[in-house]
Design a protein around this ligand. Structure first.
Ligand SMILES: NC(=O)c1ccc[n+]([C@@H]2O[C@H](COP(=O)([O-])OP(=O)(O)OC[C@H]3O[C@@H](n4cnc5c(N)ncnc54)[C@H](OP(=O)(O)O)[C@@H]3O)[C@@H](O)[C@H]2O)c1
Length: 250
């Protein structure tokens, strides 16, 4: 039987690149995100990469909504009979200073970036225990660095890192829980930070200037490390926060 993976945020960026990489190794996939058309395009790419059409299920869902996590896990169970890997990759990033930013932004970020992953792990745990499966959460060096105007996003990622380490202990030895912490990766996320065009351009320049390896990363720079944590080479790793950032946080 092919292993089964749930990848959230699979319609774009890092999640899509990961899904295609897993598809090339014939992993059965549940692709999750809000925009159905992006999931369908990702599904096509996965099939072109080598997965059978029956091996790739798309589940449009807003993971900030209660009930979505249960629906995603039920879909995996019904279609594939189990689950081996859960990758909590979906997130939103909104930058802004504390005082002018609407408190609802904070709530929304926490619902998507922390409560969503926690709910998915909770609902997936019985299946993952059965398969001695593994979870990889996609954190961020934004959860390590203290940067004015980025506290909301950073706080959600710091919370996700803590969740990773705590649940690694709580769910051991049956389920491994690790996280990858990327630095600046060139994805759609940079178009949707709540900043104007000029501020976004300046932010990208800052990212490159402050990254010792002199460029933004690509999804391909990060995907191998997620796959490493998902796979058997990491069978003695749990609770690890693996930084992949071109040196930006050192
Ligand atoms: N890009 C970077 O520089 C960077 C740096 C460090 C960490 N990261 C992390 O890397 C991960 C992937 O981000 P990315 O860079 O690949 O950006 P991205 O292309 O914007 O991917 C984020 C994905 O999450 C999905 N998503 C957002 N809110 C959702 C919700 N409520 N329910 C379901 N899906 C939702 C989005 O799809 P829909 O909009 O269709 O739902 C999108 O596919 C994130 O966890 C991010 O925090 C990124």
């Amino acid at each position: 039987m092919a292993p089964v993976a749930v990848v959230t945020g699979a319609g774009s960026g890092l999640g899509r690149c990961l899904a295609v990489s897993l598809a090339a190794d014939k992993t059965s996939l549940v692709l999750v995100g809000r925009r159905a058309h992006l999931l369908l395009a990702a599904r096509e790419e996965c099939v072109a990469a080598g997965a059978g059409p029956e091996q790739v299920l798309t589940v449009p869902a807003d993971l900030a909504e209660p009930g979505s996590a249960a629906r995603v896990v039920a879909a995996a169970s019904e279609q594939f009979g189990g689950l081996d890997m859960l990758v909590n990759n979906a997130a939103v990033a909104t930058f802004g200073a504390l005082e002018p930013t609407d408190p609802d932004v904070f709530t929304r970020l926490f619902q998507t970036n922390v409560a969503g992953p926690a709910a998915l792990i909770r609902h997936a745990a019985p299946l993952l225990r059965r398969s001695r499966g593994t979870v990889v959460n996609v954190g961020s060096i934004g959860g390590l660095l203290a940067v004015p105007g980025r506290s909301f996003y950073g706080a959600t990622k710091a919370a996700l890192h803590h969740l990773t380490r705590s649940l690694a202990r709580e769910l051991a030895p049956d389920i491994r829980v690790n996280a990858v912490l990327p630095g600046a990766i060139d994805t759609e996320m940079y178009q949707d930070l709540g900043l104007d065009e000029d501020a976004t351009r300046r932010l990208r320049e800052e990212m490159i200037r402050t990254t010792p390896l002199g460029r933004m990363g690509t999804p391909q720079d990060v995907v191998p490390w997620i796959r490493m944590l998902l796979g058997p080479d990491a069978s003695w790793m749990t609770g690890t926060l693996l930084v992949v950032d071109g040196g930006r946080s050192c």
